[in-house]
Design a binder for this molecule. Structure first.
Ligand SMILES: Cc1ncc(C[n+]2csc(CCOP(=O)(O)OP(=O)(O)O)c2C)c(N)n1
Ligand SMILES: [Mg+2]
Length: 594
């Protein structure tokens, strides 16, 4: 576990004095942006360097913000997304112009479709050449528009307003990515005054924000400029009711209702309210994959995870219900089509503008407040007994275990052994593929924000960078990544960053020499496995070559042994290298699952 001394790629030593004339000098546009980010609690910017953003990197360093350089921009954006998932605060990523901005696009789209607040900043060629020059110039406005909530230019004259607009938009329901383009010459220019009539002048920003300004709020940034972030939390009280008649009557008339909880419930921290209604009314709660942990998965009324392994059992429950009460459920998480005709009462922070399912009634506002309101009005006997929900849980468990081969290392064995080895406060990340569908159903989540996965864009390559960001932003928590061998191949070199940053994360690679999720589809369609077989890499050796520990296992006892010290290893403050476990599984079980 010895840690060699290596230069840390992209991790700055924050807080040293600005060089004379540099962008960290008082009043610059770069310093204003860095000041705002610091004031709203941002302590890491994930990115990849380029000439057009050097001035901002320097301003961020001066502000005490660490620049964490990923191996490429796309993974930096995943890190920003995962940091936001783990902390509940906006994440920030940074790229240069042209190839940097095109590379960051995938991660930006991921934040938008996963509904995670990420501010993405890209440099651009200097403004005098932007309109006509071609080398490395792409039109960011057009490129980022469909992948973001908002794509703007950050210009010195309107910098203060545009930064506030970006910060407010990024977290406003539904959250997502906002992209800012900054021309290389703009960083050093003084941030101009806010538009006439605005109380907040963005004239001059000097020095660092006060230490400890970790939560949103006003901070004196020096030279008379106040960095005053807008409110960044979900509204706590409002209730809008749409539809004819009283939705509460519709709810209380239901005899076999099911609650489908999703990511807006997570954003509203509605877990206690959800449990309150489930227990008061005796209603089973199914959760969406990215909302895992919002409802304790050892709760007698827990009804499983939508569209993960065993999904047919889940859909049967929804089809057999006489009412579905959504609680912050976002249809972006549907993998299967919405196939049931059960009536829906839509309860969410936003109206049912997707219309993926029809709902005659909509309750719109803070998910926790709405659930408490419904609970307070509830009357009558529990709609389901605990024994009835337990029978559903047993059916789901049997479906999840189907297809195991005794004596082999099955995917379900890996999930169960990993969960067993992980302390309760572990943060787990997953990648995308068959392994995610297995882990998503049965990794028992006990609290919100402890399972980080992408189920909106569902881009491969998320799991490893997400684990790095989780450990950086929640250093007190053990962190494990469950990834496929395809997704690991996309991001394996990020392990070098984990080693350089001294992050004792553990990555378990479901090694089946296959892009299994796609190969299975080919199989079902009667096609041979074209371009979906791979392998031959020695992942343990690869890990060692990047300053990590590497192990290979192909049995359940072997995996138990490899993970035996996961708890202490992952809490080590230093000297413990990241660990990659190449878990050679038999993928046959997947065939029974999907
Ligand atoms: C960036 C990206 N490219 C392609 C896909 C399509 N896709 C979904 S799952 C999958 C296979 C993943 O293979 P692996 O990482 O080995 O996981 P496994 O399915 O074998 O568990 C592919 C190619 C995707 N989701 N993301
Ligand atoms: Mg695979």
């Amino acid at each position: 576990m010895a840690q060699e001394s290596v230069p840390v790629q992209g991790l700055t030593a924050p807080g040293s004095t600005a060089a004379p004339g540099s962008t960290a000098a008082p009043g610059s546009t770069a310093a204003l942006l860095a000041g705002y980010l610091h004031a709203v609690g941002v302590r890491h910017v994930f990115g990849y360097p380029g000439e057009s953003v050097i001035d901002f990197m320097e301003a961020a360093r001066h502000q005490g913000i660490e620049l964490v350089s990923a191996v490429r921009e796309g993974t930096a954006a995943f890190m920003a997304e995962a940091a936001a998932m783990a902390t509940g605060q906006a994440g920030v990523c940074l790229s240069t112009l042209g190839p940097g901005s095109t590379a960051v696009l995938n991660g930006v789209a991921s934040a938008t479709l996963d509904r995670v607040p990420v501010l993405a900043v890209s440099g651009q060629i200097e403004s005098s050449r932007e309109q006509f020059f071609t080398h490395q110039v792409v039109d960011h406005g057009r490129m980022f528009a469909p992948a973001t909530k908002l794509a703007l230019r950050l210009e010195p004259g309107s910098a203060d307003t545009v930064i506030r607009k970006a910060l407010r938009t990024v977290v406003a329901e539904r959250p997502g990515a906002v992209h800012l383009t900054v021309t290389a010459d703009a960083w050093l220019l003084p941030a101009g005054a806010a538009p006439a009539g605005a109380a907040l002048a963005g004239a001059a920003l000097a020095g660092a924000a006060p230490a400890g300004a970790t939560t949103p709020g006003a901070a004196t940034a020096g030279a008379g400029t106040a960095v005053v972030p807008p409110p960044l939390t979900v509204a706590a009280g409002s209730v809008d009711v749409y539809g004819d008649g009283d939705p509460l009557q519709v709810l209380s008339a239901a005899r076999r209702p099911v609650i489908l909880a999703g990511i807006a419930a997570l954003r509203c921290a509605a877990g206690p309210a959800l449990a309150g209604l489930a227990e008061r009314a005796g209603i089973p709660v199914m959760v969406s994959p990215m909302a895992k942990g919002i409802f304790p998965e050892d709760h007698p009324y827990f009804a499983g995870v939508l569209d993960m392994a065993g999904h047919r059992v889940g859909w049967e429950l929804l089809a057999g219900a006489d009412l579905i009460l959504t609680a912050g459920f976002d249809p972006v998480e549907l993998i299967s089509p919405w196939s049931v005709s059960t009536p829906v009462v839509h309860l969410d922070t936003t109206p049912n503008t997707d219309q993926v399912y029809a709902s005659a009634h909509e309750l719109v506002g803070h998910v926790g407040a709405l659930l408490r309101w419904v609970t307070a009005q509830w009357s009558g006997q529990p709609r389901w007994t605990e024994a009835e929900v337990a029978a559903h849980q047993a059916r789901l468990r049997a479906a999840w275990l189907a297809g195991r081969t005794e004596g082999r290392l099955n995917p379900s064995d890996v999930v169960l052994i990993a969960r067993q080895a992980a302390p309760p406060d572990t943060i787990v990340t997953t990648d995308v593929g068959s392994h995610k569908i297995m882990a998503g159903q049965a990794w028992q989540a006990r609290e919100p924000r402890s399972v980080l996965m992408t189920n909106g864009l569902s881009a491969m390559g998320f799991g490893v960078p997400a684990a790095i960001a989780a450990k950086l932003t929640r250093p007190d928590r053990p962190v494990m990544a469950l990834v496929g061998d395809g997704g690991f191949a996309m991001t394996a070199t990020e392990m070098r960053i984990a080693a350089a940053l001294d992050l004792p994360i553990t990555v378990v690679v479901f090694t089946d020499n296959s892009l299994n999720r796609i190969e299975l589809r080919q199989q079902q369609m009667g096609y041979p496995p074209t371009a979906t077989r791979m392998g031959g890499s020695d992942l343990a050796a690869l890990a060692e070559a990047m300053g990590c520990d590497g192990l290979r296992v192909d049995t359940a006892p072997g995996l138990e042994k490899a993970l035996a010290d996961f708890g202490p290893r992952s809490r080590a403050s230093s000297g413990c290298r990241p660990l990659v476990i190449e878990a050679r599984i038999d993928p046959a079980q997947y065939e029974a699952q999907f």
